[in-house]
Design a protein around this ligand. Structure first.
Ligand SMILES: [Mg+2]
Length: 250
């Protein structure tokens, strides 16, 4: 009997960078009424608020929901309001070293942008994210900047030896993420096992990037039964089927 249903957020529960639609909110609310649910994303807490919580009915069912921003380096639970259980942040020294090295690598590679929209470097506590054109850059500009990853590969090649104790990954259209090594969705899954006391074989994972190299793939590799979806419109019937099965068992 499955005891925990785990979802990716972006591209799985909601369209990219958009909030949950009303139908998905209703289905998720039904699911929360009968089983524990968790959401793991590489994004930070504000993205959870905007994409997930904003449209979800605010009631006691939320006690069944665990939220794991930045792949589980942060963990939020609901106790009449959202409470952060922990956040595995970098130390001030680590942050300073990463930020200084990022700036150096970008300058040395020759890709410092002339025009940026908002801050280029974002401190997410347990993750430092570099967005080459700034966080508020228009999508059109972002898509043009590095479609083949050539610029970021050069920056990464300079950056890697400057910060050997950290993991440097390319994501989104213009960004580079720096975390501690081994932070991926498998990390979040193991956090859920430890904190909720639910074995991997009693979990189901649902995500839109469950292919080798995709950011959901580590969850499957960790040993959780995983269901690939191509977007929220496939997540809906899958979730309804899970609800039907769990209800018939209860
Ligand atoms: Mg996704």
């Amino acid at each position: 009997m499955k005891k925990l249903i785990v979802f990716d957020l972006d591209g799985t529960l909601a369209e990219s960078k958009s909030p949950l639609d009303a139908e998905m909110a209703g289905i998720l609310h039904d699911l929360l009424g009968i089983v524990k649910v968790a959401v793991i994303s590489g994004g930070d807490w504000p993205q959870f608020e905007k994409q997930l919580l904003f449209n979800l009915p605010h009631d006691e069912c939320l006690a069944n929901l665990s939220l794991l921003p930045t792949c589980g380096t942060k963990f939020f639970e609901y106790k009449s309001d959202w409470k952060k259980l922990y956040s595995e942040d970098f130390t001030a020294d680590e942050k300073a070293k990463i930020i200084c090295s990022l700036k150096k690598a970008v300058a040395e590679a020759g890709f410092k942008a002339e025009k940026v929209w908002g801050e280029a470097i974002e401190d997410r506590g347990s993750q430092i994210t570099f967005s080459a054109l700034g966080q508020q850059a228009p999508l059109k500009e972002k898509e043009k900047w590095d479609p083949d990853y050539a610029k970021r590969k050069q920056i990464k090649a300079i950056l890697d030896p400057l910060i050997p104790g950290f993991s440097v990954r390319m994501g989104g259209a213009t960004s580079i993420d720096v975390t501690k090594p081994g932070i991926d969705k498998a990390y979040g899954i193991r956090k859920l096992r430890a904190l909720l006391g639910i074995p991997l074989k009693e979990m189901i994972f649902i995500g839109d990037a469950l292919f080798p190299g995709g950011n959901d793939y580590p969850a499957e590799e960790a040993g959780v039964v995983s269901i690939p979806v191509r977007g929220p419109n496939e997540t809906k019937p899958v979730t309804k089927a899970i609800i039907a099965c769990l209800e018939s068992n209860s």
